[in-house]
Ligand binder design. Structure first.
Ligand SMILES: [Zn+2]
Length: 246
């Protein structure tokens, strides 16, 4: 009996190890030279399950509020180096130029409120500025995302902040000022590489801890699925994580 248990134990370890080594679901990875499909494989490699990926013209939408342009630059790293591979470069993060589309100027106060949260983290070089003409890094625009989705962010690629934030303006119009600003602040977090702090409890696949700042945080502004009801200020751990990354 002991031998049998020992064998089962070894099998259990082997299978755990196997799954830990292969966070991607191998059968959902598409072998291809198509750049868009390579982006799909990259998303799978980050640990997002195939069922969370929606194929749209020009982009994949993952878990409702994160977009991956099909022409994005894919970091040449393994998922274990997720944050390093997806970070905005030191030069770029110190000057993220946010262009406010005409469709979003009515929420400029909310945008500035969100910006001031990211810009005031001590020991952190993230700095957003609003630009109204010329070159920019990130466009924020109104977009009808249907019911249930407040906004969408874009992960960084090629050392640049994600290039687009979509805000479901009509959908969040009835929320408080603080909640509208929260939505914008949250999506900005995705654009500098933050994943959802509560990824585990809302069923998302494994995210890589920011070194020294892992684990759940009920007061994190980067918790997902809390449109209209979540934290309205960056938590202490949000700020610590931002300072570690940048
Ligand atoms: Zn989100």
């Amino acid at each position: 009996m002991f031998f049998l248990l020992a064998v089962l134990f070894v099998i259990a370890i082997a299978s755990c190890k196997k799954s830990a080594d292969a966070p991607a679901t191998p059968q959902s990875v598409i072998e291809t030279t198509d750049p868009a499909k390579k982006v799909y494989n990259y998303i799978i490699g980050l640990g997002f399950p195939a069922h969370s990926i929606v194929d749209q013209p020009g982009e994949y939408i993952v878990e409702g509020d994160i977009r991956f342009p099909k022409d994005m630059v894919i970091p040449n790293v393994s998922t274990e180096q997720y944050y390093t591979g997806s970070l905005v470069s030191a030069t770029n993060v110190a000057n993220i130029r946010l262009f406010v589309d005409a469709s979003m100027t009515s929420m400029l106060s909310e945008i500035n409120s969100a910006i001031s949260q990211w810009n005031s983290i001590s020991g952190c070089n993230i700095h957003w500025t609003v630009v109204t003409s010329g070159a920019y890094d990130v466009l924020i625009t109104n977009y009808n995302l249907g019911n249930g989705v407040c906004g969408q962010g874009t992960f960084p690629s090629g050392g640049k902040a994600g290039n687009l934030i979509r805000i479901n303006k009509n959908y969040i119009a009835g929320n408080s000022f603080a909640q509208r600003a929260r939505t914008i602040c949250h999506e900005m977090g995705h654009n500098v590489s933050f994943r959802h702090t509560n990824w585990a409890s809302i069923g998302e696949s494994t995210a890589i801890d920011v070194p020294g700042v892992g684990g759940p945080d009920a007061s994190s502004l980067m918790n997902g699925g809390q449109c209209g009801s979540g934290a309205t200020v960056l938590s202490d751990k949000d700020k610590q994580a931002a300072a570690v990354l940048y």
